[in-house]
Design a protein around this ligand. Structure first.
Ligand SMILES: CC(C)(COP(=O)(O)OP(=O)(O)OC[C@H]1O[C@@H](n2cnc3c(N)ncnc32)[C@H](O)[C@@H]1OP(=O)(O)O)[C@@H](O)C(=O)NCCC(=O)NCCS
Length: 201
């Protein structure tokens, strides 16, 4: 896969939403929160990251993910008028500037912030950035088949099921399937139009 040559004009920006905003990484406010999230099994149970992560490892991981030289764009999520405390992270990974594709992952960092619509809204804002700002064409997300919240949220933002990876994940002592979801700019358009209308109300 070829690398993604990020130009100055597509540096991550602030993406304002209805209940949350997406913003760039700020080590001062975000590192310790991220470190807590990725070491909380209630948050990571359906994710691949199951080993404990040290603070230095978390710092290094974020430094790489936020670097303009890499094939990623990450955003931290903050609630409106919250003073900048992050509640989660989303991003585009393995971006490819020839095929205009990327993969995405989203993590709401604490259980008390689950099921408030933040995961869904963060994907809508991320896709606005991906499709309408940096002109990607196709985005993929791979989700463990028992991650119901994630699957509901993916379908709501226009993702379509594109395949199954059979017994691809070892979860709670069992082999379970992963589902491949994909979305194109065309799939996303009606979702964006509806969301954009709701912003005006
Ligand atoms: C997956 C995740 C991003 C979804 O974000 P979220 O803000 O919790 O999701 P939303 O509120 O936008 O939508 C989730 C929907 O699933 C529902 N839901 C949540 N848990 C559920 C469950 N166990 N069974 C059925 N429905 C469930 C919610 O009620 C909501 O539906 P509703 O709006 O009709 O009430 C978030 O839960 C998360 O970060 N989880 C931990 C990390 C993770 O698994 N990331 C995904 C890796 S691919």
């Amino acid at each position: 896969m070829s690398g993604y040559r990020r130009k100055k004009s597509v540096q991550p920006a602030f993406v304002p939403g209805k209940k949350i905003d997406l913003r760039v990484y700020n080590e001062e406010t975000d590192l310790h929160e991220y470190y807590k999230w990725i070491n909380d099994p209630a948050v990571t149970q359906y994710m691949d990251d199951i080993y404990p992560v040290t603070l230095d490892e978390a710092r290094e991981r974020l430094r790489k993910l936020a670097s303009p030289d890499m094939d990623n764009v990450i955003f931290f999520l903050q609630e409106k008028n919250s003073g900048g405390i992050p509640i989660g992270i989303t991003g585009l990974y393995d971006m490819d500037d020839v095929h205009r594709r990327a993969r995405t992952r989203t993590m709401i960092g604490s259980v008390e912030h689950f099921s408030r619509g933040y995961g869904t809204e963060s994907k809508i804002l991320l896709f606005w950035y991906a499709f309408y700002r940096i002109n990607l064409h196709h985005i993929t997300s791979i989700v463990q088949a028992e991650n119901i919240a994630s699957i509901k949220s993916l379908k709501r933002v226009g993702y379509k099921k594109e395949g199954i990876l059979r017994q691809n994940t070892f979860f709670d002592g069992r082999w379970v399937n992963d589902i491949i979801f994909g979305i194109t700019k065309k799939d996303f358009r009606p979702v964006w139009e509806k969301y954009n209308e709701s912003l005006k109300k």
